[in-house]
Design a binder for this molecule. Sequence first.
Ligand code: OFO
Length: 178
Amino acid sequence: MINKRMFDAVNEQIKFELESAYIYLSMVGYFHASNLDGMAHWLRVQVHEETIHAMKFFDHLTSRGASIVLLDVKQLKTTWKSALEPWQDAYAHEKFITEKIHTLTKIAREENDYTAEPLLNWFLNEQIEEENNTDKISRQVEMIGDSKEGLFMLDRELGTRIYPAGSPFDPAAYNLAP
Ligand code: OFO
């Protein structure tokens, strides 16, 4: 069984992860509308990842006998002014999530919740990758500046990100021929 303080923190983290999925899905819409379908694709794969993050915390709580209380998910932002802005926001958002994982880890230590450690260690490592990816893309878009050619080349490259096998976010999973 998980204690109340730890439960509340993990339960809230489910919300933060779903908010990550929600803001990245908004960015997918923005990039499709901006004809940058590769960037939209990259973020759509990210929506898959964020949903999995939420489910990892969800399953952690259910497997410890807790009863989940889903909290309201906020739409954080819906529109951006340039191709750069969403990537800067994504990097800032990942840094915010890293802080949340650090806080969770701190609470787990204070509450002697050793059972949560493997999960939190996974997330501590995952956040290195999450920050690195969004920071790198953000700096690449910045480097490109006003070059349309450069932007289209990067867009192509980001469009090659692979969906995890069986992802329901892959259009191939639901655009089935009649
Ligand atoms: Fe982007 O790592 Fe979860 O939120």
